[in-house]
Ligand binder design. Sequence first.
Ligand code: ASP
Length: 357
Amino acid sequence: MSYNTIHINPISPEPAQGSVLVIYTGGTLGMVYESKGKQLVPFNFDQIIEKVPEISRLSFGITFLSLKEPIDSSNVNPAIWIELAGIIEENYEAYDSFVILHGTDTMAYTASALSYLLENLNKPVILTGAQLPIGVARSDARENFITALELAAAKTEDQKPVFSEVCIYFNSQLLRGNRSKKQESSDFNAFHSENYPYLANAGVQIEYNFPFIKPQEELAPLHAHKLLDTNVAFIKMFPGISEKVVQSILGIEGLRGVVLETYGAGNATTEAWFLESIRTAIEKGIVIFNVSQCDGGKVTQGHYQTSKYLKQVGVVSGSDITAEAAITKMMYIFSKENDVQKCAEQLGKPLRGEMSI
Ligand code: ASP
């Protein structure tokens, strides 16, 4: 596949040592108002240097690569996640770190998916974006972009990258990607990670939260997985959810797994039709993964009578995982494993720091 690329610092056709590969996918950060209209459309990424001249003063090399057609992240899909993982794999030896410019709407899904797809990742992959387009005076794009680059290039005393996982940088905080959620569509602090502390806080000084940063390890070479199984669905509990709705989702042909978004600590209605639908689905080989609708706290099946039955019939507890990390984890595990029991076991264990045990 061919991509548009430009190199800066130094201007050279080859990546410089210690350099960062920036992958531009689209999103608000790179949007401009179309000439006469009031609608935001993706801009040509060549203009990024014009818009952020500060990046040419950074001390490390930066190469820009743009997806052929930048997109609003609402159009992101598993094929794009696999493409991004493939770009990182192809360029893994040539660059020290990776920054992905991405729309905020699905950034937490992309960060989660990449955390699973990139097995043995030992370098930083930092996603960032903006709430206001780069061309707008009060835009958060410049700060988010420049600090994401600096964090990606951060090294320990022995010249190893400080971060070696998929992260999201937004509004002064670096978060573990598969613990993040978009929680704000108006304010600048768009992302939160309720169940895992920030990895770095960029105030006047950058404060690194070392006890929570994944340490550098001796790992086998990076392997980018190229498959995701989309035979998955969400069922979100709400008072009044009907048997018809639940049955029609669980009856989808080829369905392999459902993320069941429950109340509080993993609770759902105990109406007989619901419990029976869940039991029958599990018997048919559909894996049910229990994830709380609350952003903070975790699922504890059996704590209340309203979750005891779910545990008894074999619903897998998602502990404190986010819905974004849960659905992408299912896609990843199902693409590698056919055995239903093994899928259920793998879902219930942390794979990339996405959940606490
Ligand atoms: N709709 C945009 C996107 O996700 C919003 C953003 O970038 O903040 O691509």
